[in-house]
Design a protein around this ligand. Structure first.
Ligand SMILES: Nc1ncnc2c1ncn2[C@@H]1O[C@H](COP(=O)(O)OP(=O)(O)OP(=O)(O)O)[C@@H](O)[C@H]1O
Ligand SMILES: [Mg+2]
Length: 252
């Protein structure tokens, strides 16, 4: 059984069918690219998978369960987390707090323990802080732990968003143009980090990237969409040679 499977998934906004006949399968631990020109429907796919949009057609199976109609927070609990094309952080909180918040839904202590600051609370708080620090280290951001999120350089804000998405312990991580706005060196390092994360956490990753050459370097498999429809899937080598893909990118 695939970790994620969509069946004839689609959504229309008024008269516009933004995504249609969308059928994909993602296995555990797979690193898959989702590419396509501007406005092709990539972010809309993420919004469907995470319960932000309710599809007008089709089904989404995660671990065999149809998750259509589930609320975004329920989908996070089931194991799908994401980052956003337009960064969303708690801007006035520290870097460390941003990551710690994402751990909190896993906390075991009771509300009473939280209110009365019992031992169990402090123990768990400490554990969370340590885990959050470990995640920040992976992104080489431990020195920025007490910086206010809004004061981070842009590239680091993007990395913080990924760290936070990982803190919620996903089985599938969705990354929406994580390298947008980064310089070529930062981008290269980020792609290596994404590959490393997949190996270390043994999770599946679906990566949206506008630049084809970037995903080609790290993904095992690539899905290409244009005008809301899948026009090709295959290995980077197959995609590079695909005439429909070349056409879509050159605007023929
Ligand atoms: N909430 C919405 N209401 C109406 N139309 C929408 C909505 N969300 C997306 N669309 C439309 O769906 C289409 C696909 O948009 P989407 O943002 O998914 O594209 P994308 O592939 O992520 O593009 P980009 O590379 O620019 O990020 C566009 O025509 C967009 O205007
Ligand atoms: Mg988008």
């Amino acid at each position: 059984m695939a970790l994620l499977e969509t069946k004839d998934l689609g959504i229309a906004f008024g008269g516009l069918r933004a995504v249609g006949d969308f059928n994909i399968k993602i296995d555990e631990k797979e690193l898959v690219g989702l590419i396509g020109p501007n406005g092709a429907g990539k972010t809309t796919v993420f919004n469907l998978l995470t319960g932000v949009y309710l599809p007008t057609e089709g089904a989404i199976y995660f671990n065999g369960e149809n998750i259509v109609g589930k609320k975004p927070f329920e989908i996070v609990e089931k194991g799908i987390t994401r980052t956003f094309q337009n960064i969303r952080l708690f801007k006035d909180l520290s870097v460390l707090e941003n990551v710690k918040i994402a751990f909190h839904h896993k906390m075991k202590y009771s509300i009473a323990a939280g209110i009365f600051r019992l031992n169990a609370y402090w123990k768990e708080e400490k554990e969370i802080e340590e885990k959050a620090m470990e995640l920040l280290k992976l992104f080489d951001m431990q020195d920025a732990a007490y910086t206010t999120a809004k004061n981070l350089p842009y590239g680091q804000q993007r990395k913080l968003e990924i760290a936070r998405a990982l803190a919620a312990d996903p089985k599938l991580l969705l990354l929406d143009e994580p390298a947008a706005g980064m310089n070529p060196q930062e981008t290269k390092e980020l792609m290596e980090t994404i590959h490393f994360i997949r190996d270390k956490f043994k999770i599946a990753i679906l990566l949206i990237e506008h630049d084809m050459s970037l995903v080609m370097g790290i993904c095992e498999r690539i899905i290409v969409i244009d005008y809301g429809m899948i026009i090709a899937t295959g290995t980077p080598e197959e995609i590079k040679r695909n005439k429909k893909v070349i056409g879509a990118y050159l605007g023929e």
